[in-house]
Design a protein around this ligand. Structure first.
Ligand code: CA
Length: 225
């Protein structure tokens, strides 16, 4: 079992390596965020122990970048002290577990073993269709590097279509999912909102990701158009 420890406190990092090696793990160390991210992307690790406060790039950014690159290595995050960061933040950006310093070494090993047993489930944090991405946690939508501002209703419509990218989603299901199941207004509201979305995520970029399938519903091209 190969574990990467990303921790800038050198003594703590070395102590972790000694301890984990004694448990039979093979351990690599990185002391800043950039080095940690590089090793995590290049190496084939079974798990990461990732400090939150790191020079260069924070543990959050490292984890987020890994998930955005579809790397689902199990991540155990370490934070400096309780309350400094919200545990939910760490879990939202794709960490699998969270431990507050100072921690008991026995607890760390137990949590690590539990993560390794679970393995790396494919659990996309950020939805992607080609270069069109939507992050349900931060509510950010992007075309490549360009951030796109959407209204809450437009966001909900795009999220629904992205979760089912490549499929034709019937208009009735869109009405039920994005408006509500008792919506009794004009069903053409869906066409109107798809038009709004096209003007934000497609037209400015010369794309045609949002298709109208006449008489049936709408489809978002899986490759982003
Ligand atoms: Ca640190």
């Amino acid at each position: 079992m190969k574990v990467l420890v990303v921790e800038d406190e050198v003594r703590l990092a070395r102590a972790l390596r000694r301890g984990l090696e004694a448990e039979g793990f093979s351990v690599d160390l990185a002391h800043d965020g950039h080095e940690g991210l590089h090793l995590a992307l290049e190496g084939d690790y079974d798990a990461l122990v990732l400090d939150v406060m790191l020079p260069g790039l924070s543990g959050y950014r490292v984890c987020q970048t890994l998930r955005a690159a579809s790397n689902w290595v199990p991540v155990l995050m370490l934070s400096a002290k309780d309350g400094e960061y919200d545990e939910a933040d760490g879990l939202d950006i794709g960490a699998d577990d969270y431990l507050t310093k100072p921690f008991s070494y026995v607890v760390l090993v137990a949590r690590l073993r539990a993560l390794l047993r679970r393995g790396a489930p494919e659990r996309p944090v950020v939805l992607a269709a080609g270069d069109l991405t939507l992050d349900p946690a931060t509510r950010a939508v992007r075309r490549g590097e360009d951030e796109i501002a959407l209204t809450p209703r437009e966001f909900a419509l795009l999220e629904l279509l992205m979760r089912r990218r490549g499929e034709v989603v019937p208009k009735s299901q869109i009405l039920g999912g994005v408006w509500d199941s008792h919506y009794s207004g004009d069903p053409n509201v869906v066409e109107v909102y798809v038009g709004y979305l096209r003007r934000k995520v497609d037209t400015p970029f010369g794309r045609r990701a949002l298709e109208t399938v006449r008489g049936v519903g709408y489809r978002l091209a899986a490759d982003g158009g």
